[in-house]
Design a protein around this ligand. Structure first.
Ligand code: PEP
Ligand code: MG
Length: 784
């Protein structure tokens, strides 16, 4: 049963045309279920009806013509109830609707299941039979499972079809939704970057230049063949000859006479190299998977592996050939922070990621660069959007493909409004962040996710509240040396010589990985991350801390912050290592300066060794031990504040992680993005408790998560008693404007009322209303 299911879904997704895919599916399902009729209806929300899209059993003439209202007939009932309907005698059912044109008078049994993708009914899959009987439980289970699997394939197909339709007509706007990842608007051409070779993600596309495609494929085959040679010679000592034989099998498969030949044949029929490869490989996989013998079924994974290796090499060439226009919107399956950083200075205007959510680091980086971003856009087939015109609305998460003139004008107007707001808030950039009744809160900068933030110093921040050190570690092939790190950190500390700069020690893991230090985990956000990694690798931690301390010499504005602390032992251990680095460095410094002075003495002959040592000690005494703080982002710390306060100089809340851990919602998962909300009453109460406890234990408290950069968030944090809030440069003047336009008393009243509310929805609507009352309504679009 599983094999049949897989085959039906695979065959469905292999078809380039939606209509063909649907027809093939109804045929396959009817056959697999040994029934008399199978039909599929797709939901048209505009018309509020289900349209019969394909049928094997109903009159062919009714396909594409017959529609059933959302609240009509048995099909409508399945959609309304969002559950399967299994009826022995459909014509006797009170909801049965007679539609003579479909010619179903002979059919009695009916089993329909909804096809639901992300809570939305996309269509109905129905089977019918002449014999009046209830379909079995197994039939029902099969159809339900099939519908669930078809849902995402269908969501893809829906777009596929629409887009190819658009290409033909070259008109019509397509609107898609995602998660609003970073506010702002971008109008430009889409450039697709396909980082990970995934056959399933390849969209079937034709190319006018078969010669070029063939060459691309042949070169990829050659490269893959060489890789196999290298691999097998590398492994020849480690594994036995039998295992090595697999490489010979792979190489044979690549021969012209076999798989390679089939791909070449598809290319000559007009398919692009990657599409041709997908068609051939997936065909082989489905054939192997259909075989009962487990040995042959296993071979399917070999074929997949081979196909993926070939695809990597085909895509690599395509990437090398990728020409970037002057300005563009980047679209990728999984946009990471480092990908954004890579394209940042090459005309990047906006970002679309098929995965991720609004608290993924890519989205955070996009916000700090002022680039609009849409995350978790569902149901897109990457390749088909390449070089299409688009509008990104990073406020609402809407994406428009091929926008018409009217839409473009509308968005150009919004862009001008956005610009006016930016200009307005810049008026207060250099003024103190103080409420109308004199309460101050410091606004600091979050930096580090990208290089070149120096200009943000002009935006009025009083230092850096969070310098994320991970990114400089990311775009490399190995860990940076102590000297490299020292130079980098020195530059950062020099941007704010008169203010504190809080540098966080390495926080990799979760959605931030290092190419040269791979971490493969089932649950990366609950796994080896942040301080857990660096304490397990003191050599990495010590080098980083030493580099920070060295960079701080003479500037003395460094503060060190430890990420992902979940208990006091981690602080004790980190403190021990920091002390070790500090005293070692001090001793080294004394020694180096003494040697230097003594060699200088050889020239003028005055200084004694003792005098040189004293002088050296006086210099190294200036090496100060920085303040050490921790991030409060793992919920356990809320219940250990007293013990933690005794060990550190300051706290900083990482509300991004605190929200994910408190609500048990992966911040990176678009599937559950609607549950991730820093305005959830539980999160707000936790923050309030943290602020109160910090005051009680006399420990300065700041917040450096994304909540601080939201107008309503900043108001609540001010009222809770946070001393500092830290955010991306783009939002520094905005938040200053907001704080300067309210009184502390107003903020406290808003907080008091907010803390009585019980759902995030209530909190949002109350806070939006209050922003309007305060005359800050213009920030609502920008803030939420
Ligand atoms: C946070 O968790 O809120 C935070 C600031 O750190 P990061 O987003 O880098 O995990
Ligand atoms: Mg964090």
């Amino acid at each position: 049963m599983l094999t049949t299911l897989r085959r039906i879904v695979l065959e469905f997704s292999q078809e380039a045309e939606l209509q063909n895919a649907l027809e093939r599916m109804v045929y396959n399902v009817k056959k697999a279920m040994k029934t008399d009729c199978c039909s599929i209806y797709l939901a048209d929300y505009h018309q509020q009806h289900f349209l019969l899209m394909a049928s094997d059993g109903l009159a062919k003439t009714s396909v594409g013509e017959t529609s059933i209202g959302f609240s009509e007939g048995l099909v409508g009932l399945v959609g309304q109830r969002e559950e399967p309907l299994n009826i022995a005698d459909a014509q006797q059912h009170q909801d049965y609707m007679h539609a003579p044109e479909v010619e179903e008078d002979d059919f009695n049994a009916f089993l329909g299941t909804p096809i639901i993708h992300q809570r939305k009914v996309l269509g109905i899959l129905a089977i019918q039979q002449k014999e009046s009987r209830h379909y079995t439980e197994n039939d029902e289970a099969f159809l339900v499972t099939l519908s669930a699997q078809l849902a995402s394939a269908l969501a893809n197909a829906e777009v596929k079809n629409l887009l190819s339709h658009q290409q033909q007509k070259n008109q019509g706007v397509k609107q898609l939704h995602g998660i609003a990842g970073a506010p702002g608007i971008a109008l430009s051409e889409i450039i697709v970057c396909q980082p990970q070779a995934d056959l399933a993600a390849v969209s079937l596309k034709k190319s006018p230049d078969s010669q070029k495609q063939l060459l691309r494929f042949e070169q990829a085959v050659e490269k893959t063949r060489i890789e196999f040679d290298v691999l097998s010679s590398q492994l020849s000592e480690a594994i036995d000859d039998d295992s090595l034989a697999i490489f010979d099998v792979y190489k044979q498969l690549l021969e012209q006479a076999s798989l390679g030949h089939e791909v070449a044949a598809k290319i000559s029929k007009g398919w692009r190299a990657d599409s041709a490869l997908k068609l051939v490989i997936e065909h082989y996989i489905s054939q192997f998977e259909a075989i009962e013998d487990s040995y042959f079924r296993e071979r399917a994974s070999d074929i997949r592996d081979l196909g993926t290796r070939l695809l990597v090499n085909i895509q690599q060439q395509a990437k090398e050939e990728l020409e970037l226009p002057k300005e563009f919107i980047l679209l990728a399956q999984d946009v990471s922070a480092s990908l954004v950083a890579q394209y940042q200075h090459q005309g990047l205007l906006g970002i679309i990621s098929l995965t991720g959510s609004n608290n993924s680091h890519a989205a955070i980086l996009a916000r700090s660069l002022g680039l609009p971003a849409i995350m978790g856009v569902n149901a897109l087939v990457l390749g088909q959007l390449h070089q299409q015109q688009a509008i990104i609305d990073g406020y609402s998460g809407e994406l428009f493909i091929n926008p018409d003139e009217g839409l473009i004008r509308e968005y150009q107007y919004l862009l001008s409004q956005e610009k006016a707001l930016t200009d307005k808030v810049m008026e207060v950039a250099q003024l103190p962040c103080i409420t109308q009744d004199g309460r101050a809160i410091e606004v600091l900068l979050n930096a580090g996710l990208s290089a070149g933030f120096e200009h943000s110093a002009k935006l009025g921040a009083l230092g850096i509240g969070l310098y994320r050190t991970e990114i400089p570690f990311m775009n490399r092939n190995c860990f940076p040396s102590e000297q490299e790190q020292t130079q980098l950190y020195r530059k950062v500390l020099q941007v704010f010589p008169k203010h504190g700069v809080t540098m966080r020690t390495l926080d990799v893991g979760g959605d931030k990985s290092l190419p040269y230090f791979p971490i493969n985990e089932e649950n990366p956000f609950l796994g080896w991350r942040g301080i857990r990694i660096t304490l397990d690798h003191p050599e990495i931690f010590l080098v980083q801390v030493r580099a920070m301390l060295r960079a701080n010499q003479g500037l003395n504005n460094l503060e060190i912050m430890l990420p992902m602390i979940s208990g006091v032992e981690e602080i004790d251990e980190a403190n021990r290592l920091i002390n070790q680095a500090f005293f070692e460095l001090k001793a080294e410094l004394t020694k180096d300066i003494t040697t230097e002075l003594m060699s200088a003495r050889n020239e003028d002959g005055h200084l004694t060794l003792q005098q040189a040592q004293q002088k050296a000690q006086a210099v190294s005494a200036k090496l100060v031990r920085p303040k050490i703080g921790i991030m409060l982002e793992v919920p356990s710390v809320i219940f250990q504040m007293e013990a933690l306060a005794k060990r550190v100089d300051f706290f900083s809340v990482g509300s991004n992680d605190l929200t994910q851990y408190l609500l048990a919602v992966d911040r990176n998962n678009s599937q559950v993005a609607n549950l991730y909300d820093a305005f959830h009453p539980a999160v707000l109460n936790a923050l309030n408790s943290i602020a109160q406890q910090s005051a009680k234990y006399l420990t300065p408290i700041s917040l450096c998560g994304e909540l601080a950069s939201q107008p309503a968030g900043a108001i609540l944090l001010l009222a809770m008693g946070f001393d500092k809030i830290s955010m991306n440069g783009h939002n520094v003047p905005r938040i200053k404007w907001v704080i300067r336009h309210i009184s502390f008393e107003q903020a406290q009243n808003i907080l008091n009322k907010t803390l009585t509310l019980t759902t995030a929805k209530e909190v949002h609507s109350y806070l939006n209303e209050q922003l309007e009352v305060l005359g800050l309504g213009g920030f609502i679009r920008a803030g939420f």
